[in-house]
Design a protein around this ligand. Structure first.
Ligand SMILES: [Zn+2]
Length: 269
């Protein structure tokens, strides 16, 4: 993760066969990664680990994370990266002046937390939209995974791993389409970008995103931190390495990386 004095190995990548000078001087493991994944215009940032991108850390113990308490959150131990938190707090105060209350309902969820959500839906312990028990209704693994993926990420592939993404006020689009919810949403659309926040899950379909999760009017992402993380995910995350939970074998055929991790509003990329 970036800190105030990043030890950044900036490797410019070229789609040529020869190893660039910057790559030759890097550690062998990074050389191997760079040459195996030639993505133009994205540099390996050695301060960001793949473990971090995949949520394999404990935000409670991570030095860059802070606990977000009420009134900023609903009080259920919400953690954010300190930079996301600093900007959210400014946005919260600005919204308050306009009569808008922004309450964080979900924030960082690491691999284990996401695994809990995913497997509860996978096993039918937790019903999905419409009260459906997927273990009973959907025996084919890929179909079951795709139903969960309408609203929930596979562990290892969620933006909520990063400390950059928050869910605000409600988990239904309909809430944000009338009354106070609509006022809140309109305020966010008009003002959140000035604080670095972007809505990654905009409407899907013709004229919108072709892939990824359904629209989520409540989910906002702090782009100054999230963009470098999605760049690193683009460069280094592999579907084959998304493992360690029920149904993980479907990650490759679904192409979680390109369809879901990168299948976001282009304004947030
Ligand atoms: Zn969310």
């Amino acid at each position: 993760m970036k800190n105030s004095l990043p030890v950044l190995i900036s490797l410019l990548l070229f789609s040529c066969q020869e190893m660039p000078k910057e790559v030759k001087e890097a550690a062998p493991s990074i050389q191997k990664q760079v040459m195996a994944n030639p993505v133009p215009n994205i540099a390996i940032d050695s301060t960001i680990t793949l473990a971090y991108i995949m949520g394999r850390f404990d935000p409670v113990k991570h030095p860059d994370f802070v606990l977000v308490k009420p009134p900023y959150s609903d009080g259920n131990s919400r953690y954010l990266h300190k930079d996301t938190w600093a900007s959210f707090k400014k946005m919260y105060e600005a919204a308050k002046k306009d009569g808008i209350t922004l309450t964080i309902r979900s924030a960082t969820r690491n691999f284990e937390a996401q695994k809990g959500i995913w497997e509860a839906k996978w096993t039918g312990e937790r019903k999905v939209q419409g009260g459906e028990n997927l273990a009973k209704s959907t025996p084919i693994p890929k179909e079951r995974a795709l139903k969960i993926l309408r609203w929930s990420s596979m562990p290892g592939s969620s933006r909520h791993h990063w400390g950059t993404d928050i869910d605000i006020n409600d988990f239904e689009n309909s809430y944000f389409e009338k009354g106070q919810g609509l006022k809140e949403y309109n305020w966010l659309v008009a003002n959140a970008p000035a604080f670095g926040f972007c809505q990654p899950y905009t409407p899907k379909g013709p004229g919108g995103r072709p892939d990824g999760y359904n629209e989520e009017k409540w989910h906002w992402s702090y782009i100054p931190l999230a963009k470098p993380l999605s760049d690193q995910a683009k460069l280094r995350l592999k579907n084959e390495e998304i493992t360690g939970f029920k149904g993980a074998e479907t990650a490759v055929s679904i192409d979680i990386k390109n369809k879901f991790v990168l299948g976001i509003n282009e304004d947030c990329l």
